[in-house]
Design a protein around this ligand. Structure first.
Ligand code: ARG
Length: 461
Protein backbone atom coordinates (compact mmCIF):
# COMPACT_ATOMS: atom_id res chain seq x y z
CA UNK A 1 0.00 0.00 0.00
CA UNK A 2 1.45 3.38 -0.97
CA UNK A 3 0.64 6.26 1.32
CA UNK A 4 1.19 9.64 -0.23
CA UNK A 5 0.94 12.56 2.15
CA UNK A 6 -0.13 15.09 -0.48
CA UNK A 7 -2.47 13.38 -2.99
CA UNK A 8 -5.14 16.09 -3.34
CA UNK A 9 -3.73 18.64 -5.73
CA UNK A 10 -1.53 16.26 -7.72
CA UNK A 11 -2.62 14.33 -10.76
CA UNK A 12 0.23 11.84 -10.65
CA UNK A 13 2.93 10.42 -8.40
CA UNK A 14 6.56 11.52 -8.28
CA UNK A 15 8.91 10.50 -11.06
CA UNK A 16 11.24 7.61 -10.31
CA UNK A 17 14.16 10.03 -10.37
CA UNK A 18 12.54 12.30 -7.78
CA UNK A 19 11.53 9.36 -5.62
CA UNK A 20 15.10 8.03 -5.68
CA UNK A 21 16.54 11.44 -4.83
CA UNK A 22 14.01 12.13 -2.13
CA UNK A 23 14.29 8.89 -0.25
CA UNK A 24 15.78 8.89 3.23
CA UNK A 25 14.54 5.67 4.84
CA UNK A 26 17.99 4.09 4.50
CA UNK A 27 19.35 6.56 7.04
CA UNK A 28 16.44 8.05 8.99
CA UNK A 29 15.06 4.66 10.03
CA UNK A 30 16.85 4.99 13.35
CA UNK A 31 14.37 7.74 14.25
CA UNK A 32 11.47 5.24 14.11
CA UNK A 33 11.11 4.64 17.88
CA UNK A 34 11.09 8.39 18.44
CA UNK A 35 8.51 8.90 15.69
CA UNK A 36 6.26 6.37 17.41
CA UNK A 37 6.75 8.01 20.82
CA UNK A 38 5.84 11.32 19.20
CA UNK A 39 2.78 9.74 17.62
CA UNK A 40 1.57 8.40 20.96
CA UNK A 41 1.99 11.84 22.51
CA UNK A 42 0.23 13.44 19.54
CA UNK A 43 -2.69 11.01 19.78
CA UNK A 44 -3.09 11.91 23.43
CA UNK A 45 -3.02 15.65 22.79
CA UNK A 46 -5.62 15.24 20.02
CA UNK A 47 -7.73 13.31 22.50
CA UNK A 48 -7.35 16.00 25.16
CA UNK A 49 -8.43 18.60 22.60
CA UNK A 50 -11.56 16.60 21.87
CA UNK A 51 -10.42 15.69 18.34
CA UNK A 52 -10.12 11.97 19.03
CA UNK A 53 -12.78 9.91 20.81
CA UNK A 54 -11.94 7.58 23.68
CA UNK A 55 -12.37 4.56 21.40
CA UNK A 56 -10.28 6.07 18.61
CA UNK A 57 -7.50 6.90 21.05
CA UNK A 58 -7.52 3.37 22.36
CA UNK A 59 -7.47 1.93 18.82
CA UNK A 60 -4.72 4.33 17.81
CA UNK A 61 -2.51 3.52 20.80
CA UNK A 62 -3.04 -0.21 20.27
CA UNK A 63 -2.07 0.09 16.61
CA UNK A 64 1.00 2.19 17.49
CA UNK A 65 1.98 -0.45 20.09
CA UNK A 66 1.64 -3.17 17.49
CA UNK A 67 3.68 -1.15 15.04
CA UNK A 68 6.45 -0.73 17.61
CA UNK A 69 6.48 -4.48 18.21
CA UNK A 70 6.54 -5.18 14.47
CA UNK A 71 9.36 -2.72 14.06
CA UNK A 72 11.33 -4.49 16.78
CA UNK A 73 10.72 -7.94 15.35
CA UNK A 74 11.67 -6.81 11.87
CA UNK A 75 8.22 -7.55 10.53
CA UNK A 76 7.69 -3.92 9.66
CA UNK A 77 10.27 -2.63 7.19
CA UNK A 78 10.56 0.28 4.82
CA UNK A 79 9.14 -0.22 1.34
CA UNK A 80 10.63 1.16 -1.80
CA UNK A 81 7.64 3.48 -2.02
CA UNK A 82 8.19 5.03 1.43
CA UNK A 83 9.82 8.43 1.18
CA UNK A 84 11.03 8.71 4.75
CA UNK A 85 10.61 7.06 8.12
CA UNK A 86 7.65 9.30 8.99
CA UNK A 87 5.76 8.35 5.82
CA UNK A 88 6.55 4.69 6.35
CA UNK A 89 5.22 4.70 9.90
CA UNK A 90 2.06 6.52 8.83
CA UNK A 91 1.55 3.70 6.32
CA UNK A 92 2.21 1.15 9.05
CA UNK A 93 -0.34 2.83 11.32
CA UNK A 94 -3.02 2.95 8.63
CA UNK A 95 -2.36 -0.71 7.80
CA UNK A 96 -2.97 -1.58 11.46
CA UNK A 97 -5.67 0.87 12.53
CA UNK A 98 -7.44 1.31 9.20
CA UNK A 99 -7.69 4.57 7.22
CA UNK A 100 -10.54 5.92 9.31
CA UNK A 101 -8.71 5.92 12.67
CA UNK A 102 -5.16 5.95 11.31
CA UNK A 103 -5.93 8.91 9.08
CA UNK A 104 -6.79 11.12 12.05
CA UNK A 105 -3.29 11.29 13.51
CA UNK A 106 -1.88 13.72 10.98
CA UNK A 107 -4.13 16.56 12.15
CA UNK A 108 -2.10 19.41 13.62
CA UNK A 109 1.33 18.07 12.84
CA UNK A 110 3.79 18.10 10.00
CA UNK A 111 6.88 16.16 9.20
CA UNK A 112 8.68 19.45 9.72
CA UNK A 113 7.95 19.57 13.44
CA UNK A 114 8.13 15.77 13.70
CA UNK A 115 11.62 15.45 12.29
CA UNK A 116 12.96 18.41 14.27
CA UNK A 117 11.62 16.93 17.51
CA UNK A 118 12.73 13.38 16.81
CA UNK A 119 16.23 14.40 15.84
CA UNK A 120 16.55 16.14 19.22
CA UNK A 121 15.17 13.10 21.06
CA UNK A 122 17.55 10.73 19.31
CA UNK A 123 20.58 12.93 19.94
CA UNK A 124 19.68 13.34 23.62
CA UNK A 125 19.79 9.56 24.03
CA UNK A 126 23.07 9.34 22.11
CA UNK A 127 24.58 12.10 24.24
CA UNK A 128 24.01 9.96 27.32
CA UNK A 129 25.39 6.79 25.74
CA UNK A 130 28.44 8.45 24.22
CA UNK A 131 29.11 10.52 27.35
CA UNK A 132 29.37 7.28 29.32
CA UNK A 133 31.86 5.89 26.75
CA UNK A 134 33.97 9.06 26.97
CA UNK A 135 34.06 8.70 30.74
CA UNK A 136 35.48 5.21 30.28
CA UNK A 137 38.46 6.75 28.51
CA UNK A 138 38.78 9.24 31.37
CA UNK A 139 38.67 6.38 33.86
CA UNK A 140 41.38 4.50 31.94
CA UNK A 141 43.61 7.60 32.01
CA UNK A 142 43.00 8.17 35.72
CA UNK A 143 43.71 4.51 36.49
CA UNK A 144 47.00 4.63 34.57
CA UNK A 145 47.89 7.80 36.46
CA UNK A 146 47.09 6.12 39.77
CA UNK A 147 49.23 3.11 38.84
CA UNK A 148 52.25 5.39 38.29
CA UNK A 149 51.84 8.10 40.91
CA UNK A 150 55.51 9.08 41.23
CA UNK A 151 56.92 8.44 37.75
CA UNK A 152 58.53 11.50 36.15
CA UNK A 153 58.70 12.12 32.43
CA UNK A 154 60.08 14.83 30.17
CA UNK A 155 57.41 17.48 29.79
CA UNK A 156 57.63 19.09 26.38
CA UNK A 157 56.73 22.30 24.60
CA UNK A 158 57.30 22.51 20.84
CA UNK A 159 58.00 18.76 21.27
CA UNK A 160 61.33 19.79 22.85
CA UNK A 161 62.27 18.88 26.41
CA UNK A 162 60.91 21.65 28.60
CA UNK A 163 60.50 20.71 32.28
CA UNK A 164 60.04 17.41 34.07
CA UNK A 165 56.44 16.57 34.95
CA UNK A 166 54.74 13.61 36.52
CA UNK A 167 53.40 11.05 34.07
CA UNK A 168 50.20 11.15 36.16
CA UNK A 169 49.96 14.92 35.63
CA UNK A 170 50.33 14.48 31.88
CA UNK A 171 47.75 11.70 31.68
CA UNK A 172 45.31 13.66 33.81
CA UNK A 173 45.68 16.64 31.46
CA UNK A 174 44.14 14.47 28.74
CA UNK A 175 41.46 13.36 31.21
CA UNK A 176 40.39 16.96 31.96
CA UNK A 177 39.88 17.72 28.27
CA UNK A 178 37.57 14.73 27.91
CA UNK A 179 35.70 15.63 31.11
CA UNK A 180 34.96 19.02 29.56
CA UNK A 181 33.62 17.28 26.44
CA UNK A 182 31.15 15.37 28.60
CA UNK A 183 30.27 18.57 30.46
CA UNK A 184 29.56 20.12 27.06
CA UNK A 185 27.10 17.31 26.32
CA UNK A 186 25.35 17.83 29.65
CA UNK A 187 25.16 21.55 29.00
CA UNK A 188 24.00 21.02 25.41
CA UNK A 189 21.20 18.77 26.63
CA UNK A 190 19.52 21.66 28.45
CA UNK A 191 19.23 23.58 25.18
CA UNK A 192 18.27 20.49 23.17
CA UNK A 193 15.48 19.40 25.54
CA UNK A 194 12.97 21.79 24.00
CA UNK A 195 10.19 20.29 21.93
CA UNK A 196 9.28 21.56 18.44
CA UNK A 197 6.08 19.46 18.38
CA UNK A 198 3.11 21.73 17.76
CA UNK A 199 5.06 23.99 15.43
CA UNK A 200 3.31 22.28 12.50
CA UNK A 201 4.84 23.06 9.13
CA UNK A 202 6.08 26.43 10.40
CA UNK A 203 3.24 28.54 11.81
CA UNK A 204 1.94 26.51 14.75
CA UNK A 205 -1.32 24.67 15.20
CA UNK A 206 -4.87 26.01 15.03
CA UNK A 207 -6.46 22.97 16.62
CA UNK A 208 -6.11 23.89 20.28
CA UNK A 209 -3.33 21.38 20.91
CA UNK A 210 -1.06 22.21 23.82
CA UNK A 211 2.61 21.89 22.79
CA UNK A 212 3.75 22.09 26.43
CA UNK A 213 1.86 18.95 27.35
CA UNK A 214 3.36 17.09 24.38
CA UNK A 215 6.82 18.26 25.45
CA UNK A 216 6.25 16.92 28.97
CA UNK A 217 4.92 13.67 27.58
CA UNK A 218 8.23 13.25 25.70
CA UNK A 219 10.46 14.04 28.66
CA UNK A 220 11.25 17.60 27.64
CA UNK A 221 10.66 20.40 30.12
CA UNK A 222 9.21 22.82 27.59
CA UNK A 223 8.13 23.50 24.02
CA UNK A 224 9.81 25.96 21.64
CA UNK A 225 8.68 29.57 21.92
CA UNK A 226 8.65 30.13 18.17
CA UNK A 227 7.26 27.64 15.66
CA UNK A 228 9.46 28.94 12.83
CA UNK A 229 12.53 28.51 15.01
CA UNK A 230 11.26 25.09 16.08
CA UNK A 231 11.07 23.75 12.54
CA UNK A 232 13.95 25.59 10.88
CA UNK A 233 16.74 25.68 13.46
CA UNK A 234 19.41 23.02 13.57
CA UNK A 235 21.93 24.69 15.84
CA UNK A 236 21.21 21.88 18.30
CA UNK A 237 22.56 19.45 15.70
CA UNK A 238 25.54 21.64 14.86
CA UNK A 239 26.43 22.11 18.52
CA UNK A 240 26.14 18.38 19.14
CA UNK A 241 28.29 17.78 16.08
CA UNK A 242 30.90 20.20 17.42
CA UNK A 243 31.08 18.27 20.69
CA UNK A 244 31.53 15.05 18.70
CA UNK A 245 34.32 16.64 16.66
CA UNK A 246 35.97 18.17 19.73
CA UNK A 247 35.88 14.80 21.50
CA UNK A 248 37.46 13.17 18.46
CA UNK A 249 40.14 15.85 18.37
CA UNK A 250 40.89 15.28 22.06
CA UNK A 251 41.14 11.54 21.42
CA UNK A 252 43.37 12.25 18.45
CA UNK A 253 45.80 14.21 20.62
CA UNK A 254 46.09 11.25 22.98
CA UNK A 255 46.48 9.00 19.95
CA UNK A 256 49.29 11.08 18.47
CA UNK A 257 51.24 10.79 21.72
CA UNK A 258 50.68 7.05 22.01
CA UNK A 259 51.99 6.66 18.45
CA UNK A 260 55.14 8.61 19.35
CA UNK A 261 55.54 6.94 22.73
CA UNK A 262 55.39 3.47 21.17
CA UNK A 263 58.34 4.15 18.82
CA UNK A 264 61.76 2.68 19.58
CA UNK A 265 63.09 6.24 19.85
CA UNK A 266 60.73 7.20 22.66
CA UNK A 267 60.25 3.78 24.18
CA UNK A 268 57.74 5.09 26.74
CA UNK A 269 55.05 2.46 26.23
CA UNK A 270 54.36 -0.96 24.85
CA UNK A 271 50.95 -1.55 23.31
CA UNK A 272 48.98 -4.57 24.33
CA UNK A 273 48.72 -7.24 21.62
CA UNK A 274 44.93 -6.95 21.74
CA UNK A 275 45.16 -3.26 20.79
CA UNK A 276 47.86 -3.38 18.13
CA UNK A 277 48.30 -5.03 14.76
CA UNK A 278 51.09 -6.80 12.92
CA UNK A 279 52.39 -6.52 9.40
CA UNK A 280 51.77 -9.03 6.64
CA UNK A 281 55.36 -8.71 5.46
CA UNK A 282 57.49 -7.46 8.36
CA UNK A 283 57.33 -10.05 11.14
CA UNK A 284 58.74 -7.71 13.80
CA UNK A 285 56.07 -5.00 13.43
CA UNK A 286 53.63 -3.99 16.13
CA UNK A 287 51.53 -1.14 14.86
CA UNK A 288 49.42 1.37 16.80
CA UNK A 289 46.38 1.08 14.52
CA UNK A 290 43.84 2.05 17.18
CA UNK A 291 45.64 5.32 17.76
CA UNK A 292 46.09 5.93 14.05
CA UNK A 293 42.41 5.30 13.37
CA UNK A 294 41.52 7.66 16.21
CA UNK A 295 43.69 10.32 14.59
CA UNK A 296 42.23 9.60 11.16
CA UNK A 297 38.63 9.55 12.28
CA UNK A 298 39.02 12.93 13.97
CA UNK A 299 39.42 14.34 10.45
CA UNK A 300 36.22 12.64 9.44
CA UNK A 301 34.27 14.12 12.36
CA UNK A 302 35.59 17.58 11.61
CA UNK A 303 34.29 17.02 8.07
CA UNK A 304 30.89 16.00 9.43
CA UNK A 305 30.65 19.27 11.35
CA UNK A 306 31.87 21.37 8.44
CA UNK A 307 29.42 19.65 6.09
CA UNK A 308 26.47 20.30 8.37
CA UNK A 309 27.36 23.96 8.82
CA UNK A 310 27.68 24.33 5.05
CA UNK A 311 24.20 22.85 4.63
CA UNK A 312 22.76 25.36 7.08
CA UNK A 313 24.52 28.53 6.07
CA UNK A 314 22.36 29.67 3.17
CA UNK A 315 18.92 28.54 4.29
CA UNK A 316 16.09 31.05 4.48
CA UNK A 317 13.44 30.45 7.14
CA UNK A 318 11.57 28.23 7.65
CA UNK A 319 11.89 24.55 6.63
CA UNK A 320 13.73 23.72 3.42
CA UNK A 321 14.28 20.26 2.08
CA UNK A 322 18.03 20.84 2.32
CA UNK A 323 17.48 20.09 5.99
CA UNK A 324 17.10 16.43 5.16
CA UNK A 325 20.89 16.57 4.71
CA UNK A 326 21.31 17.43 8.40
CA UNK A 327 21.10 13.86 9.64
CA UNK A 328 23.73 11.79 7.86
CA UNK A 329 26.77 13.76 9.04
CA UNK A 330 25.58 13.72 12.64
CA UNK A 331 24.65 10.03 12.49
CA UNK A 332 28.08 9.36 11.02
CA UNK A 333 29.74 11.17 13.91
CA UNK A 334 27.69 9.17 16.42
CA UNK A 335 28.42 5.85 14.73
CA UNK A 336 32.11 6.64 14.41
CA UNK A 337 32.54 7.56 18.07
CA UNK A 338 30.51 4.56 19.12
CA UNK A 339 33.13 2.20 17.67
CA UNK A 340 36.11 4.41 18.38
CA UNK A 341 35.63 5.12 22.09
CA UNK A 342 35.74 1.52 23.39
CA UNK A 343 38.86 0.88 21.31
CA UNK A 344 40.60 3.96 22.72
CA UNK A 345 39.64 3.21 26.32
CA UNK A 346 40.87 -0.37 25.85
CA UNK A 347 44.13 0.81 24.32
CA UNK A 348 44.79 3.29 27.14
CA UNK A 349 43.83 0.82 29.87
CA UNK A 350 46.23 -1.80 28.53
CA UNK A 351 49.28 0.39 27.82
CA UNK A 352 52.42 -0.75 29.59
CA UNK A 353 54.48 2.25 30.61
CA UNK A 354 58.25 2.01 30.99
CA UNK A 355 59.10 4.11 34.07
CA UNK A 356 62.86 3.55 33.67
CA UNK A 357 62.89 5.13 30.22
CA UNK A 358 60.56 7.99 31.20
CA UNK A 359 62.67 8.85 34.24
CA UNK A 360 65.95 8.52 32.36
CA UNK A 361 64.78 11.17 29.89
CA UNK A 362 63.07 13.45 32.43
CA UNK A 363 66.18 15.54 33.31
CA UNK A 364 67.72 15.45 29.84
CA UNK A 365 67.86 18.42 27.50
CA UNK A 366 68.69 20.73 30.47
CA UNK A 367 65.09 20.52 31.57
CA UNK A 368 66.07 21.75 35.05
CA UNK A 369 67.38 25.11 33.79
CA UNK A 370 64.13 26.85 34.77
CA UNK A 371 64.59 25.46 38.29
CA UNK A 372 68.01 27.14 38.48
CA UNK A 373 66.49 30.46 37.40
CA UNK A 374 63.60 30.19 39.87
CA UNK A 375 65.97 29.17 42.69
CA UNK A 376 67.93 32.37 41.97
CA UNK A 377 64.71 34.39 42.12
CA UNK A 378 63.97 32.91 45.54
CA UNK A 379 67.54 34.01 46.48
CA UNK A 380 66.55 37.58 45.60
CA UNK A 381 68.06 37.80 42.10
CA UNK A 382 65.90 39.63 39.49
CA UNK A 383 64.47 37.15 36.98
CA UNK A 384 66.16 38.87 34.02
CA UNK A 385 69.55 38.20 35.62
CA UNK A 386 68.51 34.76 36.86
CA UNK A 387 67.53 33.76 33.31
CA UNK A 388 70.97 34.87 32.04
CA UNK A 389 72.79 32.95 34.78
CA UNK A 390 70.81 29.77 34.22
CA UNK A 391 71.47 30.14 30.48
CA UNK A 392 75.19 30.47 31.20
CA UNK A 393 75.02 27.24 33.23
CA UNK A 394 73.47 25.49 30.23
CA UNK A 395 76.14 26.86 27.88
CA UNK A 396 78.92 25.82 30.28
CA UNK A 397 77.53 22.26 30.50
CA UNK A 398 76.75 21.96 26.81
CA UNK A 399 80.34 22.91 25.87
CA UNK A 400 81.69 20.26 28.22
CA UNK A 401 79.14 17.56 27.43
CA UNK A 402 77.88 17.42 31.01
CA UNK A 403 74.57 17.83 32.84
CA UNK A 404 73.54 20.70 35.14
CA UNK A 405 73.64 18.32 38.08
CA UNK A 406 77.39 17.76 37.38
CA UNK A 407 78.34 21.41 38.08
CA UNK A 408 80.82 21.42 40.97
CA UNK A 409 81.32 24.25 43.46
CA UNK A 410 84.13 25.83 41.49
CA UNK A 411 82.18 25.74 38.25
CA UNK A 412 79.17 27.33 39.93
CA UNK A 413 81.31 30.10 41.37
CA UNK A 414 82.99 30.70 38.00
CA UNK A 415 79.66 31.10 36.22
CA UNK A 416 78.13 33.68 38.58
CA UNK A 417 78.63 35.05 42.08
CA UNK A 418 74.89 34.51 42.61
CA UNK A 419 75.33 30.74 42.42
CA UNK A 420 76.33 28.62 45.42
CA UNK A 421 76.11 24.87 46.19
CA UNK A 422 72.59 25.31 47.59
CA UNK A 423 71.32 25.34 44.00
CA UNK A 424 71.86 21.57 43.85
CA UNK A 425 68.74 21.12 45.96
CA UNK A 426 66.68 21.91 42.86
CA UNK A 427 68.91 20.09 40.40
CA UNK A 428 67.10 16.80 40.82
CA UNK A 429 63.90 15.76 39.14
CA UNK A 430 62.09 15.01 42.42
CA UNK A 431 63.23 18.39 43.78
CA UNK A 432 61.97 20.15 40.68
CA UNK A 433 58.62 18.33 40.76
CA UNK A 434 58.08 18.95 44.47
CA UNK A 435 58.78 22.67 44.06
CA UNK A 436 55.87 23.14 41.62
CA UNK A 437 53.38 22.89 44.39
CA UNK A 438 50.92 25.67 43.68
CA UNK A 439 47.37 24.70 42.70
CA UNK A 440 47.40 22.90 39.37
CA UNK A 441 51.16 22.20 39.45
CA UNK A 442 52.95 18.92 38.91
CA UNK A 443 54.09 18.39 42.55
CA UNK A 444 53.07 14.87 43.61
CA UNK A 445 50.88 16.20 46.41
CA UNK A 446 48.98 18.43 43.98
CA UNK A 447 48.61 15.69 41.39
CA UNK A 448 47.10 13.38 44.01
CA UNK A 449 44.67 16.13 45.03
CA UNK A 450 43.88 16.70 41.38
CA UNK A 451 43.05 13.03 40.93
CA UNK A 452 40.55 13.24 43.79
CA UNK A 453 38.97 16.26 42.10
CA UNK A 454 38.80 14.40 38.78
CA UNK A 455 37.17 11.39 40.42
CA UNK A 456 34.61 13.68 42.03
CA UNK A 457 33.78 15.14 38.60
CA UNK A 458 33.55 11.63 37.16
CA UNK A 459 31.08 10.60 39.83
CA UNK A 460 29.00 13.73 39.24
CA UNK A 461 28.74 13.35 35.46
N1 ARG B 1 12.48 13.74 5.58
C1 ARG B 1 12.47 15.15 5.81
C2 ARG B 1 13.69 15.56 6.61
O1 ARG B 1 14.40 14.72 7.02
C3 ARG B 1 11.24 15.56 6.53
C4 ARG B 1 10.15 15.71 5.57
C5 ARG B 1 9.74 17.10 5.39
N2 ARG B 1 9.38 17.21 4.03
C6 ARG B 1 8.67 18.19 3.57
N3 ARG B 1 8.43 18.13 2.32
N4 ARG B 1 8.25 19.17 4.28
O2 ARG B 1 13.95 16.73 6.80
Amino acid sequence: MTVSLWGGRFTGGPSDALAALSKSTHFDWRLAPYDLAGSRAHARVLHRAGLLSDEDLEAMLAALGQLLADLGSGEFVALDTDEDVHTALERGLIERAGPEVGGRLRAGRSRNDQVAAQFRMYLRDQARLLGARVLEVVQALVDQAATHPEVAMPGRTHLQHAQPVLLAHHLQAHAWALVRDVERLVDWDQRAAVSPYGSGALAGSSLGLDPQSVAHDLGMPRAVDNSIDGTASRDFAAEFSFVMAMTAVDLSRIAEEVILWATAEFGFVTLDDAFSTGSSIMPQKKNPDVAELARGKAGRLIGDLAGLLATLKGLPLAYNRDLQEDKEPVFDAVDTLEVLLPAVSGMVATLTFHPGRLEELAPQGFSLATDVAEWLVREGVPFRVAHEVAGACVRHCEERGMGLEDLDDAALASISPHLHPGVRSVLTVPGSLASRNAHGGTAPVRVTEQRAHLLKQLARL
